[in-house]
Design a protein around this ligand. Sequence first.
Ligand code: DON
Length: 587
Amino acid sequence: MGVECPNRGVRMDRRRMLALATAATVTAPLASRAAKESLVDGVQLGQVAKGRNFAVATVHEDATNAALKIFQDGGNAADAAVAAALMLAVVDGYNSGIGGGCFVLARGADGRMLAIDGRETAPGLASPKMFFRDGKADPKLSQTGALASGVPGAVAAYKQLSEELGTGRWKMAAELAADRAAEGFEISAGCAARLRAEATELAQFEGSRKLFFGGDNEVLKAGDRLVQADLATTLRNIAVDGGQSFYEGRVADLVDRWMVENGGLLRREDFSRYRARLRKPVESSFREHRVYGFPPPSSGGIHVAQILSMLERFDLRSMYENRPADYYHVVAEAMRLAFADRAVFLGDPSFADVPMGLLDSDYLKKRSERIELERRIPIVSAGAPPGIGRDLFGRLPRHTTHLTTADEAGNWIAITATVNTTFGSKVVVPGTGIIMNNQMDDFSIAPGVANAFGLVGSEANAPAPGKRPLSSMSPTIVLKDGLPVLTCGAAGGPRIITATTQILLGQLALGLSVENAMAAPRVHHQWKPDSLYVENELAAETVEQLKEWGHQVEARGALGTAQALAKVDESFVAVGESRLPGVAGAV
Ligand code: DON
């Protein structure tokens, strides 16, 4: 049940709505979070939340609250998404932040579909062999320290979202985050565990030591307060100047100085040259739905579309209901075929020839015909899509965390943002409070050398000056009869692609509710390594069957963490990831 909001943009009405919405709109409240401070009076949060006027799902209650607060103030889903994303930079900085990048997929109330690319760019001094030492590629260099970072794109992308679809609440959004950074917050058990796990690497860098270590030279523990004064200053400057101080002022200068002193390649000019890019979303169909995804330099949109298309000929629902091993087998085979293409063809389209033929329906039909029931394809390699070297993504108009918002006016926003692996490069640049990304590790640092996610790539994804590393981030929006009905996306490296696809399949092919599509056990195959990962919850008999058919099965905890939002009978249903759990809010 929700509350009508006949008068969009009126502050008082929203306040009342939020108060009225309290118990009626929320299912499955998170008891463990009830004691925490809320930014919005009278609104309960839950892992699932329902409402007619606005909905949001993020990984953190502060971010969900920031989005609700902006909506309460008269902002729309775009403003709210920006506020949530900037808040995550403060309270969830080891996953995403202003030292990282993002992809924003958005559908405006006017029907416009936008793909805003805030992916990092390699420094102008980057070179294909920049991660080689003594003739050998060294992944440590692309993962930790001064060489690991590209120019962070998140601030530029959020600002562009705010300008394209927002209602002028940039300053308020950035100030909410700055206030949180200045007043501090209690370190959660999850954050404390990550700090412990990364302590040795964090300790190498002065800025990180200062921020994350206490007087006893130990990392902060659960319950300790993390105050980020430098980050607060950086955010306050951004609130006022929209990012100029970041790309052309104080932050660019401080990063430049630190990089010069520590053997890094990022320079002030790399920052001043940075632009978020407006790209054309990847558009495909699955049965009666139009599926919009993110184009290169993400591989997400292409491979979500490929996997869905290869599976379209199967009666997936009957498989899932009668013999789930059949379902998981064909899904895994489609994943293998897609990831083989990824390793060969995908990279930044401004540098690599990414064939549009990867989405050609005849090509995908032929690829799909390789999938057999009850038998694993013995050897999978990349296909031969039509138009190689001719019809390319790069020739189109140029223009890890996932969060989502939607409002009653029809704005739907899906943002996946990341510093790459936990705490990114582990470097906090002194004076900025910014955790720098290690997105350079998403380049293929040498043919056949796996990155932190075990992914291999080709020349198409080799480092080069100004180039954007290939990503798996897959913010997705689904339309039916011209109107948005579902959005989702995930964190988890390559598992982003497969988690997102399985949630889409759950809703669009299996007839599951969005809650159940999110909860259903997931599998993951990325071609190399040649293993089929399955979540522990997958039924033992299904796992046994998959092994018999030749899959090398490995059990895992969570395969990706996602947020989703659907429109069901005129109401929004926002769903936070139960594997975390994420936090949804709605009015
Ligand atoms: O862009 C990518 O594909 C990766 N940098 C995403 C990293 C990620 O999801 C880490 N989270 N678990």
